[in-house]
Design a protein around this ligand. Structure first.
Ligand SMILES: Nc1ncnc2c1ncn2[C@@H]1O[C@H](COP(=O)(O)OP(=O)(O)OP(=O)(O)O)[C@@H](O)[C@H]1O
Ligand SMILES: [Mg+2]
Length: 251
């Protein structure tokens, strides 16, 4: 049995002439925390979209947990255990955190989602919701309408929604963007506390936050893998500094 849960082989995503992802090959071991870094437009979000199925690669292969998923639609990838942060804008603002969690759980269950179905979670749903709210430090906010949450709490709820499906791979695209330092440290603590049965890939521009959380870093530049290194080496990597700053640090 391979310990690689996700592998991308020579993945390319082209938008007309632009190769937003240009021949990316990466392998992520089970349970790893991996950061994807790189300057604006490097192709990080596009890479996530290719992994979740929001867009299909122009070429290359993606294998998750032994399944070739390159051309699978997003809901089938979700069923295999790939989860990404939910867009908060998809939520019902007047409903409570807990009720939104119930709807999110129902959306994935085989039985047809219905707002008019049973209003209460069954035991299995309730357990998963409680665990996801606890993991995202939102368990004390379950009865609060979503519209009354602070921005930081909304971001935490996005993580809760991604966790409630009990995924095996969690993709977080800039989970701390726009947050205050205090809110950032909560998000960091949430990620740090996730169990190692879950593999986490994190896109994050805040280098201190990202490097403090992960085992390994992939730096993308112009759609290609520039370097892959442990966080301790990334900080002083001149190639990384050059693409981030457009020039060497000491130039
Ligand atoms: N749907 C699309 N159609 C056309 N071009 C796109 C599309 N999505 C992304 N791009 C382009 O692909 C390139 C990579 O974009 P992407 O959003 O993946 O970058 P990113 O690394 O996530 O950047 P950021 O750090 O700013 O979020 C950019 O040049 C972007 O303009
Ligand atoms: Mg992006």
């Amino acid at each position: 049995m391979s310990n690689i849960i996700l592998s991308l082989t020579d993945v390319e995503v082209a938008f007309d002439a632009l190769k937003a992802v240009n021949g990316v090959t990466i392998a992520v071991p089970k349970g790893e925390r991996r950061a994807i870094i790189g300057p604006n437009g490097a192709g990080k979000t596009t890479l996530f979209n290719a992994i979740t199925g929001v867009i299909q690669p122009t070429s290359g292969q993606i294998v998750f947990d032994g399944h070739t998923i390159t051309r699978l639609p997003p809901h089938k990838r979700a069923r295999l255990g790939i989860s990404r942060t939910f867009q908060i804008t998809n939520l019902f603002p007047t409903l409570t955190v807990g009720d939104n969690m119930i709807l999110a759980v129902r959306g994935l269950s085989p039985r047809k989602f219905s707002l008019f179905g049973s209003p209460d979670a069954d035991a299995g749903e309730a357990r998963r919701i409680a665990a996801a709210l606890e993991a995202s430090r939102m368990h004390e906010r379950a009865n609060i309408p979503v519209k009354e949450l602070s921005y930081g709490e909304q971001r935490q709820l996005e993580i809760a929604l991604a966790l409630v499906t009990e995924p095996r791979l969690l993709l977080l695209d800039e989970p701390a963007a726009g947050l205050s330092p205090a809110e950032r440290s909560i998000v960091a603590e949430i990620i740090r506390s996730l169990g190692r049965e879950l593999t986490v890939i994190l896109i994050e521009h805040d280098m201190d936050l990202a490097l403090g959380l992960v085992d390994f870093v992939t730096c993308l530049h112009e759609g290609q893998v520039l370097v892959e290194e442990p966080p301790s080496e990334i900080r002083n990597d001149q190639r990384v500094q050059e693409v981030y700053l457009g020039k060497p640090r000491h130039a």
